[in-house]
Design a protein around this ligand. Structure first.
Ligand code: ADP
Ligand code: MG
Length: 442
């Protein structure tokens, strides 16, 4: 600790002062409240106590993430003191609070970098509301959705927003797995109280991947009490999971009901437009401008997981800068082909088949010009999915459906896209169909 503080002071203080006075200090003892430094003589002690205490305290705060008192004394001072007051330097300090440590948040996971679309609009607005008004609107906020859809990003954005409007707020981000590990560790070292204090001192508790709670009884118990304490004190709790509260296996009923007592918001697979917006935003953040057709190409290839989508973009950008070639569809196609073999299975026929089964409408009917309601609807869903998951042009999609006009395809696509926004049942159906398509299911 002292070495790190010293290196900060070295750049802040005049050279002579640092070399002649500060560098002569020796770290003598460290307790949870105080760092004691030993000065060679009373003059140095008094002078430094007067002139650098503030700077030292600030440097410590910077290094540790929380404040510590600083005391400068001479060897004589220390000897004349009753010994028990001094704790030997070797004693391990209490675990640093995760709290307030901006370090535990990924600096990229801000609202500014989050793209909102139909798939996540509700979760996004709920997160914004919670960030602006923690403890007062939706408590807890429970965010759930598939892997790589932005749950962690969104919950950490709440933390960043909190810290930027209220720098003294205590934001605690922890995954449920880490929570369990820390708890086990605390129990082993007789530090349960430290652990509790750390979690319960949060103004905003962000508890990620809560589905892993099933693995530990002790964790369930601890989370239950932490939740109650924080909730009663009006502190904000945000939870993220890959499934809704009532579907977490072996999670006790009293916990499930608490998780669901605030607001539950799900995140869906982003549609093509949102995926393209995410790619554009990410490219922009890396100061890279990408041709629109390349973005569209990548976005049609990675449909179910934003993390993979980003991975493809990163590979493409790296490739183009290493090889110093412009990013064209041909270049990207070559580059991305090996990583996405399962996309091969996504043929228009497979989509027709899946839709036909789901709605009990024959493929012939979808390709006919029948205007019967259920046939028309299945056709529209089919066109939507085909636009989402293949790179067929609009006229080609029209052809697959028995030679419909491309304006019909656009109309259908827009209609289904907008409808799922207000119709959770449809959005659920689309999600399941998308999963089947992604699995190459015929
Ligand atoms: P999850 O926690 O749901 O598994 P993450 O939050 O880790 O997903 O997101 C995976 C990656 O995708 C992250 O790099 C994240 O920044 C990015 N991401 C996901 N959704 C969005 C979005 N709507 N806008 C911008 N980036 C996103
Ligand atoms: Mg996550």
């Amino acid at each position: 600790l002292w070495t790190q503080v010293l290196s900060q002071l070295r750049v802040q203080l005049p050279r002579g002062m640092y070399d002649n006075l500060v560098a002569k200090l020796v770290a003598e003892a460290l307790t949870t409240e105080c760092l004691t430094l030993c000065a060679p003589d009373p003059f140095t002690r008094d002078w430094l106590q007067k002139h650098i205490s503030d700077k030292t305290a600030a440097a410590i705060q910077e290094v540790l993430g929380y404040p510590l008192a600083v005391r400068i004394a001479t060897a004589e001072d220390l000897q004349s003191e009753p010994q028990p007051q001094l704790v030997p330097a070797v004693r391990p300090p209490a675990p640093a609070p995760i709290a307030r440590a901006r370090g535990s948040l990924n600096p990229k996971y801000t609202f500014k970098r989050f793209v909102s679309g139909n798939c996540n609009r509700f979760a996004h607005s709920a997160a914004l509301a919670v960030a602006d008004n923690p403890g007062n609107c939706y408590n807890p906020l429970f965010i759930w959705g598939g892997v790589g859809l932005g749950k962690t990003h969104l919950m950490q954005a709440i933390g960043h927003h909190r810290l930027s409007t209220e720098p003294n707020a205590t934001v605690c981000y922890i995954s449920t797995e880490q929570f369990t590990n820390d708890l086990v560790d605390a129990l082993k070292h007789d530090r349960r109280k430290d652990f509790r204090d750390r979690i319960r001192s949060a103004d905003v508790l962000l508890l990620d991947d809560i589905q892993f709670i099933e693995n530990s009884e002790a964790t369930q118990e601890e989370i239950f009490h932490a939740f109650n304490t924080l909730h009663e004190a009006g502190k904000q709790v945000v939870l993220a999971s890959d499934r809704p509260p009532d579907q977490i296996p072996r999670c006790s009923e009293r916990l499930t009901s608490r998780f669901a007592m605030g607001m539950t918001a799900d995140m869906q697979i982003p549609d093509l437009e949102t995926r393209m917006a995410i790619l554009h935003k990410k490219a922009e953040a890396e100061r890279h401008s990408l041709p629109h057709d390349v973005v569209e190409y990548i976005a049609t290839r990675h449909t179910v997981n934003v993390r993979e989508l980003e991975g493809a973009l990163t590979r493409a950008i790296a490739y183009s800068s290493i090889e110093e070639v412009p990013l064209t569809i041909e270049a990207v196609a070559k580059l991305l082909a090996p990583a996405v073999p399962r996309r091969v299975a996504v043929t228009p026929e497979a989509i027709l088949q899946i839709v036909s089964e789901r709605f009990s409408v024959s493929i012939d009917d979808m390709q006919s010009s029948s205007r019967r309601r259920e046939i028309g609807f299945a056709r529209q869903v089919g066109m939507y999915l085909m636009r989402e998951h293949t790179d067929l042009s609009l006229p080609r999609i029209g052809d697959v459906f028995g030679g419909k006009d491309h304006t019909t395809v656009i109309y259908s696509y827009n209609k289904i896209r907008d409808l799922q926004q207000t119709n959770p049942e449809l959005s659920q159906i689309l999600r399941l169909l998308t999963e089947r398509i992604a699995l190459g299911d015929r």
